[in-house]
Design a protein around this ligand. Structure first.
Ligand SMILES: Cc1cc2nc3c(=O)[nH]c(=O)nc-3n(C[C@H](O)[C@H](O)[C@H](O)COP(=O)(O)OP(=O)(O)OC[C@H]3O[C@@H](n4cnc5c(N)ncnc54)[C@H](O)[C@@H]3O)c2cc1C
Length: 493
């Protein structure tokens, strides 16, 4: 009997609750060992349920968190781990530094504070730039800028890509993902845990609570610690890149007590992103954008890049930070025997995620989880370049081998039917229109899915052998089609 089958039929060792970037990073890290891991996720796919798909995508250097905090330590370590992870998993990464811009002599003193903090946290490659040096690096910035802190180890990734690819690699290495499986209850029974999801009860020895903004509810269910999380909304705009306001790296303003201010940055795919606002609320699930948020984001962004033009706005979105009432640091600790809380993972949680994973596996080991190396662990994902990223010769070969690579599904982003099919067929692959979008960029371009959505719906229905009416944007309740215009099902509406 193969080792993989052994693992699949054995009892569950660890249930991870939440498939955001933190849960997926932990799942992948655990898959380096011979442990049976099941991830329960409320949403339809990895990275769709919380902050991991809706953030700025910045790899923070680590000058921001206070020295001595877990946040500072795991941010710097996580940042350093990204090069290896991105190389292994084929994740796009741009590491050309970040800037914090001071607009006045008064603000300049804050740069020195950040520099000292960064040095205390062990961040390398930082220096303060004069106005001329800054404008040579980023000519479209406000000419009234005074100076800036440059942090060379900063960079950008696509946060949803990181999350999805970590999940897919964990799945390749034997981790089981249960999507649309919100955890409803947890109880301790004679040295193990029972986890109730909609369709069944899972028995596991260890639990990792990586439920993002809902980690307080999960902890309360298990009697594993009392803390409160509330959402701090952050609104963003995505803007078509134009020469007049092109930036090449994240440009921060001097931070305040409420956060790092409005950032103007460039995603790894070249779109300009501006945001986030910072508004405390109590609705953890509210992701509706507002005209007020749009106005404040643009006004804040224009402080750094005056030429930003609202006529080129492509899309708006909201991400909710998981802010903990009781402390201003990550809470990663044993909440009850064999139960690890991973809570309050606000920014820089994306950066820190790989280091959080290492740290959590260490805690599980201390709690008694046997960590024997999985000799079958595969660190790399099979390379499957998207059609548009291939050379003309490669593209010709792809079409010759499979004509579906010759059929364009998304014109704006040059995504082919073959790309979409691959995205669906991968382990822990796409199940929704957003899942296809986040894996291929189909629907992310100027027309915002006007052309490709019906085609993506058809391919999903065909590949998942379901009706087109059952295909959703991002899980139950977000069905795209409402019925057939013809009773025999000729055309969907
Ligand atoms: C506006 C904003 C900007 C940010 N910018 C950056 C940045 O530039 N760089 C950076 O490093 N960090 C940034 N962050 C922080 C980063 O996004 C988060 O730290 C990170 O995404 C947290 O990941 P997570 O897995 O803990 O949470 P989430 O991504 O929220 O995942 C939690 C998952 O748990 C699931 N879940 C919840 N309840 C249950 C349940 N009962 N049963 C099953 N599943 C459940 C949810 O559906 C969700 O998928 C930003 C955050 C925000 C909001």
């Amino acid at each position: 009997m193969s080792r993989k089958l052994d693992r699949a039929t054995s009892a569950i060792d660890v249930v991870i609750i939440g498939a955001g970037v933190v849960g997926c990073a932990i799942a992948r890290e655990l898959s380096r060992y011979e442990v049976r891991v099941v991830v329960c996720e409320a949403a339809a796919e990895a990275g769709q349920g919380g902050a991991s798909k809706a953030n700025t995508g910045i790899l923070h250097a680590g000058y921001d968190p206070l020295p001595g905090t877990l946040m500072a330590r795991l941010c710097v370590r996580g940042n350093a781990l990204y090069d290896r992870i991105c190389a292994d998993l084929g994740i796009q990464i741009v590491r050309n530094g970040t800037l914090v811009v001071a607009m006045s002599v008064e603000e300049r003193s804050h740069l020195d504070e950040l520099l000292q903090r960064g040095l205390a946290n062990g961040v390398s490659g930082m220096r303060v730039l004069t106005r001329d040096e800054l404008l040579a690096l980023e000519p479209r910035l406000n000419p009234k800028a005074d100076s800036a802190l440059f942090a060379g180890t900063g960079g950008t990734v696509e946060p949803y890509e990181v999350t999805i690819v970590l999940a897919e690699n964990a799945a390749v290495n034997g981790v089981e993902f249960l999507f649309e499986s919100p955890v409803r209850g947890i109880r301790s029974v004679r040295g193990s845990w029972e986890v109730a999801i909609d369709r069944r009860i899972l028995q596991t020895r260890f639990i990792v609570n990586a439920a993002g903004l809902f980690a307080d509810d999960i902890s309360a269910m298990a009697g594993a610690g009392d803390f409160t999380l509330y959402p701090r909304r952050g609104e963003y705009v995505l803007i078509e890149n134009q020469l007049d306001y092109e930036v090449h790296r994240p440009v921060f303003q001097v931070p305040t007590t409420r956060g790092k201010g409005i950032v103007v940055s460039r995603t790894v795919d070249g779109t300009i992103i501006a945001g986030p606002t910072a508004d405390d609320g109590d609705d953890k699930e509210s992701t509706a954008t507002t005209t007020d948020g749009l106005a404040r984001t643009l006004a804040g962004a224009r402080r750094s890049v005056p030429m930003l033009d609202s006529r080129h706005v492509i899309a708006q979105f909201v991400g909710n930070r998981a802010v903990m009432k009781e402390r201003d640091d990550f809470l990663i600790e044993i909440g009850a025997p064999r139960f690890v809380n991973v809570a309050g993972i606000k920014s820089p949680g994306l950066t820190a995620a790989p280091a959080i994973a290492e740290y959590v596996v260490g805690l599980l080991g201390e709690e008694g989880l046997k960590l024997r190396k999985n000799v079958d662990f595969v660190a790399e994902n099979a390379t499957e370049m998207l059609f548009r990223c291939c050379s003309a010769e490669q593209q010709e070969r792809m079409i010759a081998g499979d004509p579906s690579f010759g059929r364009i599904v998304c014109r704006c982003e040059c995504v082919t039917e073959g790309d979409v099919v691959r995205a669906i067929r991968r382990p822990a692959g796409a199940r929704t229109v957003d899942g296809v979008k986040f894996r291929t960029r189909a629907g992310m371009g100027r027309c915002q899915a006007g052309f490709c959505e019906p085609r993506v719906v058809d391919i999903l229905a065909r590949e998942l052998t379901s009706s087109a009416l059952a295909v959703t944007k991002c899980g139950p309740g977000s069905e795209i089609l409402v019925g057939n215009l013809r009773p025999e099902g000729g055309h969907n509406a």
